[in-house]
Design a protein around this ligand. Structure first.
Ligand code: BGC
Length: 521
């Protein structure tokens, strides 16, 4: 069982955002419309075998044409904030140079629609869909891409700066490097192994330069970036497993978090010879480690690590779900490997469901980075195959996704408890949780086979159907609003204000703004 929505709501502090997240390439479709230029992902996913069952992103969720309806579903859900990303090549078809007015206009409409519905926008500049022209010039192997991202940030700041409450420069550079350049599972499909290291530095530099551009434009919104974090757990007490987990932690977590939060790459990485392959000016580190208004953390699962190449870098079932047997790269080539977690509940991706490790993640972050800015969980969620139940008598559809609902409830609870006074990560000021994802979408190399949505999307009709998890999240937000209104009434009474000053109930929250405790921006 999971905690009741009411009891969970009681744990939510004031100024905590409850939101939902998506990314442009995963939902928009309309890849050739209104002057959008191609992205590297367009080409990658057109390659035979690159995506599970050769699913195509051409239509995705057709959000480009259904945006107002999707915003209406968010309004009905009651979220404080929506995290979305820009399609870079929709706005700047070649990744540099002229801007496409029709592309800019789409996000103008989206922002206006969100604000008209009282939903605070969180905008991610870069969520993996690099313009093809830049990929052709080397993508993130090329230092110039970082400067192009800064140019793009300046365009976005000028166009949207007045309306965006939170900016996220880049999303999960670790996944781009690992899946895109190390193992070749994602666009641009390079399997460069250790030679992929320059893509780490160039993405982080891109983040820093984009931040400078946003600050120079004077955007009033908060600015931060998002890293994924997975606690690395040794498979056994074998010291070599422990060392392996430590190396994996360096390669997947600290390689990306240390530079941003401390201005230094981890010592071991700096000492390693291969690091010489991307010598960089010292000033880069100042740019990368500029103060952030918030640190975005995506948490999905812990990772169990064992020494040796195993049967491949990741378990066969996980690789298969991602559309690869990893025979091109990773198999036998890595000094350690990821183990399945046999005793754990697993998602349909094969990811272990371990909400207690959300607490570990936050504790490790708090211990490692004493100057951590406020943290927002910018993504969390689970893919499970959904069962669609139809009631013929009323012609209604119901999707009882109890496992997703429980995943979300347990993880939000863990995050809140760990960061509450007395919790193991109490030093962290936790500002919000965004559910991945608003709707089932194009899950990169897994195509449409890994549904993460609160909304089911019918692949033939594209009709959206709220799942049980949607209704649960709606209830959680309502309970949170009621608790906040009650808290405000108590505070008012205690301050000796006259009794007749009305405190709006959740039901009376005006349409033009989010006035609950969750609206931080
Ligand atoms: C990414 C999303 C992705 C999700 C589930 C995150 O790594 O930011 O784009 O869909 O995980 O795999």
């Amino acid at each position: 069982m999971h905690i009741s929505a009411k009891d969970l709501a009681a744990l939510i502090p004031t100024d905590f955002t409850l939101g939902v997240a998506t990314a442009a390439f995963q939902i928009e479709g309309a890849l050739t419309e209104d002057g959008r230029g191609p992205a590297g992902w367009d080409m990658f996913s057109a390659k035979d075998g690159a995506i599970v069952e050769n699913h195509s992103p051409a239509v995705a969720c057709d959000h480009y044409h259904r945006m107002p309806d999707d915003v209406a579903l968010m309004k009905q859900l009651g979220v404080d904030s929506y995290r979305f990303s820009l399609s870079w090549s929709r706005i700047q078809p070649n990744g540099s140079g002229p801007v496409n007015p029709a592309g800019l206009a789409f996000y103008d409409r989206l922002l206006d629609e969100l604000l008209a519905n009282g939903i605070s926008p969180m905008l991610t500049l870069y969520h993996w869909d690099t313009p093809l022209a830049l990929d052709d010039a080397g993508g993130w192997m090329n230092r110039d891409t970082a400067y192009r991202l800064a140019e793009f940030a300046a365009i976005a700041a000028a166009a949207y700066g007045d309306r965006v409450a939170r900016w996220c420069t880049i999303n999960e550079p670790a996944t781009v490097t690992t899946n895109g350049y190390t193992l070749g599972l994602h666009s641009p499909g390079e399997a460069l192994m250790l030679n992929a290291l320059p893509t780490v530095h160039h993405q982080l530099l891109g983040h820093g330069l984009a931040m400078q551009a946003l600050r120079a434009a004077g955007v009033p919104g908060e600015v931060g970036m998002t890293n994924v974090y997975s606690p690395m757990v040794p498979n056994s007490i074998n010291p070599l497993d422990k060392i392996s987990a430590g190396l994996m932690d360096l390669a997947q977590n600290r390689l990306y978090a240390d530079p941003v939060l401390t201005g230094k790459y981890p010592d071991l990485i700096r000492a390693a010879k291969f690091f010489g392959s991307f010598d960089h000016p010292d000033e880069d580190m100042d740019i990368i480690s500029q103060p952030l208004d918030f640190y975005g953390l995506n948490y999905y699962m812990p990772t169990k690590v064992a020494v040796g190449p195993g049967e491949g870098a990741v378990p066969a079932s996980m690789a298969e779900a991602m559309g690869s047997d990893l025979s091109a790269a990773g198999n036998g080539a890595t000094p350690f490997h990821v183990k399945p977690w046999p005793e754990a509940d697993i998602t349909s991706y094969g990811w272990p469901v371990k909400p207690e490790y959300m607490r570990v993640a936050l504790k490790e972050m708090a211990e490692r980075y004493p100057n951590l800015p406020p943290v927002i969980i910018t993504e969390g969620g689970a893919s499970f195959e959904d069962i669609i139940v139809r009631d013929k008598s009323t012609n209604t559809t119901f999707i009882p996704d109890e496992r997703r609902l429980k995943y979300l409830s347990d993880h939000i609870q863990s995050a809140l408890q760990a960061t509450a006074p007395g919790g193991e990560a109490e030093a962290i000021e936790l500002r919000g949780y965004y559910v991945w994802s608003l709707m089932d979408n194009f899950e990169w190399s897994a195509g449409y086979n890994q549904p993460f949505g609160l909304l089911h999307v019918n692949r033939e009709t594209l009709e959206r159907t709220p799942k049980a998890s949607y209704f649960w999240f709606q209830e959680l937000i309502e309970e949170r609003n009621l608790a906040a209104a009650a808290g405000a009434a108590v505070a008012q009474a205690a301050s000796g204000e006259p009794d007749d000053v009305a405190v709006p109930s959740a039901a009376e929250v005006p349409d033009d703004g989010v006035t609950t405790s969750g609206a931080s921006a």
